[in-house]
Design a protein around this ligand. Sequence first.
Ligand code: UD1
Ligand code: CA
Length: 454
Amino acid sequence: MKTKSIILAAGQGTRMKSNTSKVLHEIFHRPLVHYPIEAARYAGAKDVCLVVGHKAEEVMTTFGDTVQYALQTEQLGTGHAVMQAIDFIEDEGEVLVLYGDTPLITVGTIEKMLAFHRKKKNAVTVLSALVEDPTGYGRIVRDESKHFVKIVEQKDATDEEKRICEINGGMYVFEAKLLKFALSKITNNNVQKEYYLTDTIEILLDEGHNVDAIAIMNPDDILGVNSRAQLADATAIMKQRINTKHMDNGVTLIDPQNTYIDPTVSIGKDTIIEPGCILEGETTVGENCTIGFNTKIKNCSVADEVCIESSVLTDSKIGKGAHIGPFAYIRPNSSIGENVKIGDFVEIKNATIGEGTKVSHLTYIGDADVGAHVNFGCGTVVVNYDGQKKHRTTIKDNAFIGCNTNLVSPVIVEEGAYTAAGSTITNNVPQNSLGIARARQENKAEWVTKNRQN
Ligand code: UD1
Ligand code: CA
């Protein structure tokens, strides 16, 4: 069965008070409309058509050719929006209709709706929900024997209809051919002078087709984002879903309210995440790690048994058993080896650090390849930039870099070599040698006594 999806995303979103398209506002670093697109795809609707209108260019630039588009230049209603995608609708198969501003729709809910639709051999299946306050939504009108009659919009409803608590969630599965037929019949003969997609349902019912609504358990699934407050509500619900999934998988979150993990992140069991952590993008964290409070990790792969304290890490790899921080900054394209110690106020950029190396405090290593079991004294600087170009430095296995060394790149410290504390190293240091590059100390005897003024 071929299932295609049409996602409505042409509306203006006035209440966001934004210069950006509503559906491009983000939850966990993905635009709102990304979520229904992904849910549709996972549920089997690989071909997706976005109906764009307000800020269409912006939306199309964001998604490029990953989806198809239909342009709705004037927003004349949900039915009109779907009509713009008429060429996308085939003569057979199903069409799943979703909204671009309902990011909490799940694959599971869509799958249930599709299964119900197929089992009941419906022409259209509506996703509905039972809510305490139905204000604003279309109501599902049923007869005495609970059979579906129609959907009536709030503005067109009688007082009696307004009391109905089964609401239209705005998501549907249609038989493709019947959707096309019904779209050709709808009019804008209603209070809002809009072409209502919901009118197709009554049309199909009148033609003698099966039509029904399936009520979802969790009304969160259809929560629409129309304002910044609803954006925060949706973010909180998604955060809770994500965090619950990790806890179910054996991850300890000390304070899930205060832990922010993108849906793209994976975490191994027995890892402990302390409060205030933010894990973003394509990040994987292994088992038995501790991610200390206020740590931010983006696009990193962190192996097992790593401990990170209050640090910021981006686009890098951290080897098994490494200890990072507190207050370290691991910048893009760094690879930290197994059992490495990166201590406080250390910055690493575009560098590899070999197994067991210690960079304990107050050090900058940029554009360098550091071997295994190297020891960095406090206050080392790799001087990688000459004002125009970056240069690379090599420090080989078992080297010992004295405190407050400057390594002026490009320079090589060979295996087992030492640099004397306070040296500014501009020439390569040969294997097992000591490089000293500082002024020799001279002591002036009794200088103080002679110069003291009483
Ligand atoms: C619609 C339903 C209502 C349902 C509600 C659920 C109709 C007539 N009514 O209400 O029964 O309870 O959704 O949220 O369908 N859009 C366009 N182009 C348009 C109009 C809308 O792309 O011309 C998009 C909007 O951007 C939005 C979605 O469709 O993502 C829903 O539009 P909205 O105006 O919020 O829905 P209502 O018509 O109020
Ligand atoms: Ca609405």
